[in-house]
Design a protein around this ligand. Structure first.
Ligand SMILES: [Zn+2]
Length: 294
């Protein structure tokens, strides 16, 4: 009798309708620069792993030792003067890997690939970032991971002009790794950013100057609105997921202020994916948008 009860529960708790929405289990690699960057994709990732039976892994470029000046409240959580350079740079890499995994547990991230490049300081300059990072080994390792895991999609950070140079570099390196694969083995590349809501036009992006691999297909973006409602009396929204992830990053001072401020996750379709990968991308985002917790 107990066995029967258990089986019934197991059936009840598996996401219903996932197979009706998508006839495969989507497999995605996130490529980010800093340990809190993946909050950007949090609601889409949560839906992918929890409602669509998908798999999501993360490749993190830096060791996250930068931005220590904002860790003042983290000092009280972790019992160290993290906002002092020497202490912050020494302890934040370990602390932020734990914060990343705590957030990752919420959205269901499976594997983490750490590249441990130095999170040296804030710069808009992508060239300076490339000079300081071991770019060739990064591209090789990323390509090996992609070849082995055969992802359907790679989510990158949108490398727009006013964005952190580390974010821009992570996108370019991810795209270069994809380009080393033979055409039929390439995952579909999407570059993402958030906007505040339906009345916020968001970032206007075509390509990062000097880096044609970042060029996106004109007029083609995909979205997930975290304001979608569900649950009892339709009172719940996916902002809860994003806020939970942000809350895990207690050593990242200013990031906490982003809670509730960005409602729409927006994904730009990289032009080199070609027209032929559009249908698969449309079907995936339709499933992301239509799936609901039971
Ligand atoms: Zn970042």
């Amino acid at each position: 009798m107990r066995v029967i009860t258990f089986l019934l529960l197991a059936v009840t708790f598996s996401p219903l309708h996932a197979q009706e929405l998508l006839d495969y289990q989507p497999k995605i690699l996130l490529v980010t620069a800093h340990p809190d960057d993946d909050a950007l994709f949090s609601a889409t990732v949560w839906k992918t792993t929890k409602l669509l039976n998908g798999i999501v892994d993360l490749a993190l470029m830096t060791n996250g030792e930068g931005g220590y000046k904002y860790s003042t409240l983290g000092n009280y959580i972790y019992g160290k003067e993290l906002d002092k350079e020497e202490i912050g740079r020494a302890y934040l890499p370990g602390i932020r890997k734990k914060e990343l995994k705590a957030g990752g547990d919420i959205v269901g991230i499976r594997n983490y690939y750490f590249f441990d490049q130095q999170d040296f300081y804030y710069t808009l300059d992508v060239e300076e970032t490339f000079e300081k990072w071991d770019t060739e080994p990064i591209v090789e390792r990323l390509a090996d991971i992609m070849a082995k895991e055969r992802y359907d999609f790679v989510f990158l950070m949108l490398p727009f002009k006013d964005f952190h140079g580390h974010h821009k570099a992570s996108a370019v390196l991810g795209l270069r790794a994809i380009q080393t694969l033979s055409v039929q083995d390439r995952p579909i590349a999407l570059q993402a950013f958030v906007r505040r809501g339906a009345d916020d036009p968001g970032v206007n992006f075509t390509m990062m100057e000097g880096y044609p691999e970042t060029k996106v297909m004109e007029g083609v973006t995909f979205e997930f609105d975290r304001n979608q409602t569900f649950g009892f009396n339709d009172r719940l929204t996916y902002n809860i997921i994003a806020n939970w992830v942000i809350a895990e990053h207690k050593s990242q001072g200013t990031m906490q202020l982003l809670m509730g401020s960005n409602m729409i996750e927006q994904y730009w379709y990289v032009e080199s994916n070609g027209e032929e990968a559009l249908d698969k991308t449309k079907a995936y985002f339709k499933a992301v948008n239509e799936s609901q917790p039971d």
